[in-house]
Design a protein around this ligand. Structure first.
Ligand SMILES: NC(=O)N[C@@H](CC(=O)O)C(=O)O
Ligand SMILES: [Zn+2]
Ligand SMILES: [Zn+2]
Length: 439
């Protein structure tokens, strides 16, 4: 099977390419990248005016299966990924039961294999049941295909357990993805401890809730040699501490979400729990530092922290609703509109932060369009304008603070392993699930 992608603006950080090229895909593999390829193909895609990037890689999503299928399933999550331009996603283990055993990792892998051509690479829990006490079997989890361990949703609060976990992770070579939050200090906070919380009379979440744990985890990583990845960085001091740790030569990476790069507490509409997320939307000062950190490389990647919740849960009001934003289907448009179009980052930097470097962090052979690589490709029309409408989401989670926002940047095709998993041609969207094998 041959696919030919014509006239696109090919953006490949691995070769520092940002130029008009054709791409020939043969049997799911990139066979040629050149100007004016003139070869017959089964499928020809006209990518004129579009950016052609390596398939996007999201190291931080929540797919709720098993246990919370009313929020999202692996199938609906994979469909949301395809619609958002992502060909590889890493679901966090905070399901019920948690992904804390070889059997559960196998379950996620098998289920994913059944329903989608997107690559779903699970992250395993750091402790049994994410209870913060008994460390899981990192060696076997890693062998089974878990790409990282994480307690996401919370921190391992006991520093002795956290240190032991990092020591074992370092031995095995598996990365530790740290959600940094001192839960005692966070107490009953529901939004950033700042002007907005004061004005509305809500309990706040101070920056130190995050900063204290970032400091602890960086020190434990230094102490143990663990490969540490800091999830959803939201504060200016986190950025400073990560920069200092990198300067010192620690094996540390960090991510930031599209919402923390573009929204602050000032944007919060008090009646709308779609703005309720953990860590909370911070201040302009924090946001500016996150952007600076992203640009100077202190923050390595953009991850969505796709956290779908049901409408009835988000309808409970700001205090009672669960934390989280459904992010897979808005990430490209938000980054394109608010960062690329405003010349904050270049298209090459976008591909680097959303594909090339995420792949490097978990050590997978993806994130590039070099010849010989698997044909995971995302085709984006940067100039297509539309209004974000959560009703169109493939995700079960319609919880987004970006509903109604005018954006430019639309996914035209998502291609995984040479197979079109999403297309959007002349306003007709098609998401293609995996062919169900006939009995
Ligand atoms: N980010 C969130 O606000 N919520 C996440 C948990 C997490 O990422 O910490 C969730 O699982 O809903
Ligand atoms: Zn988290
Ligand atoms: Zn998360």
């Amino acid at each position: 099977m041959r696919m030919l992608i014509k006239n696109g603006r090919v953006i490949d950080p691995a070769s520092n390419t940002d130029d008009i090229r054709d791409i020939l895909v043969e049997d799911g593999v990139i066979a040629e990248v050149a100007k004016d390829i003139d070869k017959a193909a089964d499928t020809v895609i006209d990518a004129k005016g579009c950016m052609v990037m390596p398939g996007l890689v999201d190291l931080h999503v929540h797919f709720r299966e098993p246990g919370f299928e009313h929020k999202e399933t692996i199938r609906t999550g994979a469909r949301a990924a395809a619609r958002g331009g992502f060909t590889t996603v890493c679901p966090m283990p905070n399901t019920k039961p948690a992904i804390d055993s070889v059997e559960m990792v196998e379950y996620i892998k098998n289920k994913s294999e059944e329903v989608t051509d997107i690559n779903i690479l699970p992250i395993a829990a750091m402790t049994a049941g994410q209870d913060g006490e008994y460390i899981t079997d990192y060696e076997r989890l890693y062998e089974e295909g878990a790409v990282a361990v994480s307690e996401d949703g919370k921190s391992v609060m006991n520093a002795r357990v956290a240190r032991q976990a990092m020591r074992l992770a370092a031995e095995v070579g598996i990365p530790v993805f740290a959600h940094c939050e001192d839960k005692d200090l966070a107490a009953r906070g529901v939004m950033n401890a700042g002007n907005k919380a004061r004005e509305l009379g809500f309990y706040g979440i101070m920056n130190s809730v995050e900063d204290i744990m970032v400091a602890r985890d960086l020190l434990l990583a230094k102490n143990t040699g663990a490969k540490l990845h800091i999830c959803h960085v939201s504060t200016e001091d986190s950025v400073r501490m990560i920069a200092a740790a990198k300067k010192e030569g620690l094996d540390v990476t960090a991510e930031v979400t599209p919402h923390h790069l573009t929204l602050t507490e000032d944007d919060i509409n008090e009646d709308d729990a779609n703005y309720k997320v953990n860590p909370p939307l911070r201040t302009n000062k924090d946001k500016d530092m996150l952007i600076k950190g992203l640009k100077d490389g202190t923050i390595d990647i953009i991850a969505t922290d796709h956290a779908p919740h049901h409408l009835t849960e988000k309808d409970r009001g700001f205090v009672e609703a669960p934390f989280g934003i459904s992010g897979l289907e808005t990430a490209v448009a938000i980054i394109m509109t608010d960062l690329v179009k405003k010349n904050v980052i270049t298209p090459l930097e976008m591909a680097d932060k959303m594909s090339y470097t995420p792949a490097k962090i978990i050590g997978i052979d993806k994130g590039t369009l070099l010849v010989g690589k698997t044909a995971d490709i995302t085709i984006i029309d940067p100039d297509a304008e539309y209004v974000i409408d959560s009703k169109t989401f493939a995700s079960r989670g319609k919880n987004t603070p970006f509903n109604g926002k005018k954006v430019s940047g639309e996914i035209k095709y998502t291609i995984a392993g040479g197979k079109i998993v999403y297309s959007n041609i002349n306003g007709t969207e098609v998401i293609i699930d995996k062919d169900v094998p006939k009995l």
